[in-house]
Structure formats: C-alpha cells, structure tokens
Design a protein. Structure first.
Length: 228
C-alpha cells in the first residue's frame, strides 16, 4: 500500500460503535443490579439453589432482576473463539439481558453472517435482551427463543453447530449438552460458565472416553473441544 492509499481495514464490530459503548454501559448496569431477596439468603442456601435440579426455577425467579452476565474477559473470549473458528452457527443457553449474545453476534457479523440461537424463560429479560441487540445493530443475526430450554432447544437446530455457550440453569448443563451433542461438528467448542455448579457436567466433558478435550479457564469457565 502506497502512502496515498487510504486504509481499508475497519475496526472489529466488538470494538466499534454502537457495540463497544453499549457493552461498557451494560456491564456497569449489571454490576449495579441487586436482588434484596437473594442478598438475605445464607450463602449455603444460595449455593444450594443454584445447583439444585429441583429448585433452580425458584432461584432464577428470585434472581430475575440480576443480570448474571459473563465476565468482561469471558465475553471477549467468546468473541475471539467465534472469530478464530469462523463460526456460523452458535447456540446459547441463558440469554439473560443479552451481554454474551452481543459478543457472539458481533463475531458472526465479522465472520460475514450466521445465526445465533439463544433461549431464555424470563419474559422481562427477553424483552430487555431484544432491546439491547437492536441497539447493537445485531438483532438480525439472533433468534431469541422464549421458554424452557429443554423444549426450545429440542427442535429446529442447525445440522452443524460450531460453538455453544452454556450460561443458564447450571443443573441443566448435562441435559442441554445431550440435546446438542449430536449436532456438534468435530472441532466445535462448548463454553460453560460457572461450571463448578454442575459437577455432573464437568465429569461428563472431562471423561477420557467422552470425546472432548476439556479444561478450566479463568476460575469457573470450562472450555471443551469436541474431538470427533
């Protein structure tokens, strides 16, 4: 390129407006959100609710005002993985307010297009997530499914899935993996946030004969590569 030739590169969607300032604002709002009901629960009871298959709906009902987002670092990791893989088909369990969906959809935009299927059962969160995706200019890449993920992710999925984010009810991680597993392409990545709350899931993906290469990342995120 000669000195007179204008640069053709543009900033990645994640780092440019409207996405970057929007995410900065949303992370601040997430940090400031609170739930007086949950804050009064003993820590042991809170941990039990998060990991309980019988009571997880109770926990997420109490936590409807909390954003429960991925960390800033995990959001960046999701974007990097999706970009490096040239992902086209992504599935997310647990939309919440849409922070992780924005990271993933930004990667799809920079990959030239694709489809993110994400699911959430709390109506107020679905409305806010759709609003945030529209603000980010990424709504056309995202299908938000309303309802129990065991139902919403049971049908109408891509034949080949490149990347999965598990960030909903932790006790359901093994069930959601089972729904999607047959469609994971070789080399697909599964990212499980707060995976320590799902020991059954960790045992599954860390089993030598399960067909995954898996390791913890940044404390409580589990990264798993589908081998075949």
């Amino acid at each position: 390129m000669t000195p007179d030739t204008p640069p053709t590169d543009t900033a990645p969607t994640l780092l440019a407006a409207p996405v970057a300032p929007l995410l900065a604002r949303l992370f601040v709002e997430a940090d400031e959100a609170s739930s007086p009901v949950l804050s009064e629960l003993p820590r042991e009871e809170l941990r039990r609710l998060v990991g309980s298959r019988a009571d997880y709906l109770k926990f997420y009902g109490l936590a409807k005002d909390l954003w429960l987002p991925v960390s800033r670092g995990t959001g960046t990791l999701l974007y990097m993985l999706a970009r490096a893989m040239q992902a086209r088909n992504i599935v997310e369990f647990g939309t919440s307010f849409g922070i992780s969906a924005i990271h993933l959809a930004a990667a799809l935009r920079d990959n030239g297009g694709g489809r993110l299927i994400t699911t959430e059962f709390e109506p107020s969160k679905i409305a806010r997530a759709r609003q945030h995706l529209a603000e980010a200019g990424l709504a056309d890449l995202v299908e938000v499914r309303a309802g129990d993920a065991l139902d919403t992710l049971a049908t109408d999925l891509p034949d080949s899935i490149d990347l999965v984010l598990l960030d909903g009810a932790k006790p359901l991680y093994p069930d959601i993996l089972a729904l999607l597993e047959g469609r994971l392409r070789p080399g697909a990545m599964v990212v499980a946030d707060n995976a320590d709350y799902s020991p059954e899931y960790l045992a599954r993906v860390r089993c030598a004969s399960a067909g995954y290469l898996s390791l913890p990342f940044d404390g409580d995120v589990e990264l798993s590569l589908k081998l075949s």
